[in-house]
Design a protein around this ligand. Structure first.
Ligand SMILES: [Mn+2]
Length: 292
């Protein structure tokens, strides 16, 4: 079994069996929530070659997935990107890249065929908020939303014909299994645990409706194609020293995590991470050694 790597910005990911850790606390202020491309590139220079399973800590670092996906350029073939997330992460953000906009940047990489985001229940995809999404990526089919219980009429009117909403996680996963069974491309898999219902784990963002079993079923569906993966959605408390970032996160209505609960929540994440690691390790080891 391969060893996962924790890119440790925030100390949120508790001990897993046989983990390596790469300390990045000194980049927490500059990378967390969002950064300019120069800061992201500087981070890319610092982080080493990574194994196929990477834990990133809080979902506030989800844009670091962009760096990990960009490295798959070496495969010299087109790839599918599958993201489990309660949010589209394809929103407009004029100040560089952030945890809510990274999908759009990934969709512009020439070797990425499509970014599929599964399990969205956020209202980001509905009503007037559709204008905050990168619509061109949705129209061209480079980005597709797989939602649960949302009304996508506004998006469809704007041409996002590849995006769908389902009545339940089960319906979504069945449709996804049918479609992904025709894929020939390797898959990069990114999991934000905010796709899970709050009964499973608590994150610092509003959460979806999937159970851990739903998520595991989804991983199994594409398991033999997955070449690399990351996991985010762990919890940590952080106070920005920059006023600018404090304002940005306040605008995004990020709730503060009560200190008394932080440790309890991190332990829940540890158990979920261990299960995801076993599932991803079993899936990835076969194909990765051939390709990477
Ligand atoms: Mn995310």
């Amino acid at each position: 079994m391969m060893r996962p790597l924790v890119l440790d910005f925030d100390g949120s990911v508790q001990e897993l069996s046989d983990t390596d850790r790469f300390p990045l606390q000194h980049r927490q202020e500059s990378i967390r929530f969002g950064c300019n491309m120069a800061a992201l590139r500087a981070l890319g220079q610092e982080i080493p070659a990574v194994p196929p399973i990477v834990f990133l800590g809080s979902g506030d670092y989800h844009h670091v997935s962009y760096l990990l996906i960009e490295r798959l350029r070496v495969l010299q073939r087109s790839i599918q990107v599958v993201v489990f997330d309660n949010h589209p992460d394809n929103m407009r953000y004029p100040f560089g890249i952030h945890c809510g906009s990274w999908v759009w940047h990934v969709s512009r990489l020439p070797f990425v065929k499509c970014v599929h985001i599964l399990g969205i229940t956020s209202s980001d995809v509905e009503g007037w908020r559709v204008w905050e999404n990168h619509l061109r990526a949705l129209r061209s089919g480079r980005v597709r939303y797989w939602c649960i219980g949302r009304d996508l009429r506004a998006l469809r009117r704007l041409g996002a014909s590849g995006s769908q909403s389902f009545d339940s996680a089960g319906d979504l996963l069945n449709r996804f299994a049918a479609e992904s069974s025709t894929w020939k491309e390797p898959v990069y898999l990114s999991i934000d645990k905010d796709v899970l219902q709050p009964a499973v784990v608590q994150t610092n963002w509003d959460q979806g409706v999937m159970t851990l079993e739903d998520l595991e079923q989804g991983i199994d569906t594409i398991g033999s194609l997955v070449v690399a993966s990351d996991v985010t959605g762990d919890v940590s408390a952080y106070r920005y020293s920059s006023n600018w970032k404090r304002v940005l996160t306040w605008l995004d209505r990020q709730p503060e995590i009560p200190a008394s609960l932080l440790n309890v929540w991190q332990k829940q994440h540890q158990a979920v991470n261990q299960r995801l690691f076993l599932k991803l390790g079993a899936a990835a080891s076969a194909i990765t050694e051939q390709i990477l």
